[in-house]
Design a protein around this ligand. Structure first.
Ligand SMILES: [Fe+2]
Ligand SMILES: [Fe+2]
Length: 161
């Protein structure tokens, strides 16, 4: 099913997150790759992921069931703590693996379950309001360099929808 436009900015962030998650799991297996991965994680956290978590909590929690709301908050808290450990210099392979696998499964849960629940339960007015609040801040992502074709992709979607 096509993602509702109001949630598409979060899904575009997820593309960046899934690539990062894969590189973190690979880093757990390959000691030599870790400094690069820590830099990628630091950049992604500072430029996008931290804001992504905050925006999901601000904008999506009011549209979630109690169970999904608790799951989102506890997974965000766990991931924040693992990322902070890695950014602060933890070199434990287990931390890389937990953070990478945790980010991957959190994103897959949101895409496969949470976003579908929201699309089914939110009213058209709520989704319109959400769209206003998710698309405008997304323009701040264009300059980050994490997803260089993002601006081009968004403009193409706006033209065809
Ligand atoms: Fe999330
Ligand atoms: Fe997310």
């Amino acid at each position: 099913m096509k993602r509702h436009p109001a949630l598409q900015p979060f899904s575009r962030d997820h593309n960046v997150g899934l690539i990062l998650a894969r590189s973190m799991v690979q880093a757990a297996d390959n000691f030599g790759q870790r400094p690069d991965v820590i830099q990628s994680l630091t950049d992604a956290w500072r430029l996008e992921l931290d804001d992504h978590f905050q925006k999901e909590e601000l904008l999506l929690l009011p549209l979630c069931s109690k169970e999904s709301s608790e799951r989102m908050q506890s997974e965000h808290a766990e991931l924040r703590s693992l990322f902070e450990d890695l950014i602060a210099g933890s070199k434990e392979a287990d931390v890389f693996r937990l953070a990478g696998e945790g980010l991957d499964s959190h994103i897959r849960w949101e895409e496969r379950e949470l976003f579908c629940q929201i699309e089914a339960s939110a009213s058209p007015e709520q989704l319109d309001e959400l769209a206003k609040r998710t698309w405008i801040p997304e323009e701040t992502r264009w300059e980050s360099g994490l997803a260089p074709r993002r601006e081009e992709l968004m403009k193409r979607i706006v033209r065809t929808e």
